[in-house]
Design a protein around this ligand. Sequence first.
Ligand SMILES: *Cc1c(COP(=O)(O)O)cnc(C)c1O
Length: 357
Amino acid sequence: MDEPLHPETIAVTAGRPARTAGAPLNSPIVPASTFHHGGDISYAREGNPGWEAFEVALGALEHGHCVTFASGLAASSAILDELPVGARVIAQRAPYFGVTEQLRERERRGQLKLETHAELTVAGLADSIAGANLVWIESPTNPMLDVVDLPAVIGVAKEAGALVVVDNTFATPLGQTPLTLGADLVLHSGTKLIGGHSDLLLGAVVAADPAFQRRLLDRRHATGATPGVLEAYLALRGLRTLPARLARAQATASELAARLAAHPRVDRVRHPGSGTIVSFETAGTGEDAQRVCEACRLIVHATSLGGTETTLERRARYASERAAGTPETLIRMSVGLEHVDDLWRDLDRALTVGAGS
Ligand SMILES: *Cc1c(COP(=O)(O)O)cnc(C)c1O
């Protein structure tokens, strides 16, 4: 039997057209709303060869069956639409704010019962897991970067018969593959590290069970939450270089986390030891932290994450994050591909002129 391929190799090779003479190496962009009758696809909401190429590649990396959507939130909404009315959902206190909003809105309408935990742990779930329909896990968490013990928590949830979703946007399949740990579904915002260039919006669900993939394909068809053909093309192009970008950005993130921890104007650094996101709390007030963000010249003061350029923002600028208890002085930084010393010079200067001025 052939040795299984490494993720770096899968990222480059999966989802290519067949190697026949004259065939292109990349799946072409197919802009079409309708197709000649008699084939697999007759109308564009049913599918597109470019979506499938991306789905084959991401599915291979996550060890499951992928369906791509218009955005990460279109993907999470499709998952929640699969729940029976009255479902019990267990989640962390504040998953990604858009997901939190989808859960709370469904709760307000009486479609589900939401139970949130400050932390998802085996001990914390002991009394509540029985009868739960869904456990929604984000690890590492945003923006606190706490790490959930995935094998243990997934194990307890599966034993109780709950469906388990892991939002793998921050870790990517290079960091962890939750389906191999027993999860049922993986969610991705392809907008972030997978796309990798801050130029598209796209989401995906990867299911362990091909029957669940079928249900999600039907739901995408029914709701029309389809990705654009250009977006799917760019997301697959981004996926090809994800392993290399991630390795480089992770190394820079670790180095910056270490330097920040020794900086006199930084009170606390959060970095789980892997990943490209570093959260740090500056000395002084929220306004001081805001000034640090605005004093950056190389690092971009903007939301979102996972691009080639390093970005940062004070998360408590958002009411939803303040309500979730995010510290006023916490700055979340998404580390990109610039040279570490250039980034550090900018950060060090911004901290010096910003904090406590
Ligand atoms: C951005 C993000 C989402 C939502 O994805 P969109 O593509 O913006 O709709 C979901 N989860 C996490 C962790 C995210 O960072």
